[in-house]
Design a protein around this ligand. Sequence first.
Ligand code: NDP
Length: 279
Amino acid sequence: MAGFHVRSVLVTGSNRGIGLELIKRFIGKSNPPEVIFATCRDPEGVRAQELKNLASKHPNVVILQLVSGMEPNCAHNQSCILCPEATDSASIKSAAKKAEAHLGGTGLNLLINNAGVMPPSTLESATPEDMLSVYNTNVVGPLLVTQAFLPLLKKAAQGSSQKGLSCSKAAIVNISTVLGSIEKTPETFSFVPVVSYRCSKAALNMLTKCQSMGYKQDGILCTALHPGWVKTELGNFQPNVQADLTVDESVSGLMKVICDLSEKHHGVLVSWEGNTLPW
Ligand code: NDP
């Protein structure tokens, strides 16, 4: 891990949970990135306070506002199923413009699409709004964020003298889950009732595969990561059941995996322990 150097990284959904811990780990590296873009949907809100405290102590942390899905108070939520305004593409484009200005002619090495939601949803209770709003945040968000930051990722790849694919050259890491694995679903179906989430993450896995096909010639590594079952707001979905991993344990594993990712992980779902998982 010592020789691994990412010059610039962007993490979505970085005000809490796994995203916030990723930001802390990049800050704490012996050779930290020169720029760490930490995006969240409400930088002025109370839920961003810890991130703001970090940014005030570490000048390499730049907070950008970015909404990768439906706003909680979106008026279209109830009335409109296929609402194009539901994904805030303007905030994504604006964040990409600000990042470009900040990078001053250099590219973005590593994009981590981490923001996500997991409301309860069963075969009986799933509604069109539930299915589409989760898809919007967990799939359309990462698609649009990647589109907006692609020129900066390409620039990083073009400016690198490194051979092969790696996160220190140019990479898109989509935070997915084994719950989106069709092959593994029988193992967890009965005790994790999140149908809309499972479907959205299966789609995110497909998006990752498509990105790996589309961006290989650009020298951009594309991988989906499963962080384990982690004690975060999202992971603690059942009041009396504890998730397996602390955020610390999960992100320690993720950081090691991110540093080791190479050509063989391109277009693959990899666990926080570094094992390849079936789609
Ligand atoms: P948390 O609930 O702790 O954090 C979710 C983050 O996503 C928050 O920063 C939240 O922002 C942000 N977010 C949610 N919706 C949007 C949106 N529409 N636009 C922008 N940001 C948004 O979850 P985790 O840290 O556990 O999850 C992070 C990722 O890891 C997710 O993609 C999740 O699917 C994945 N994962 C988590 C597992 C677990 O056990 N925890 C297991 C497998 C995968 P805000 O504070 O504004 O709500």
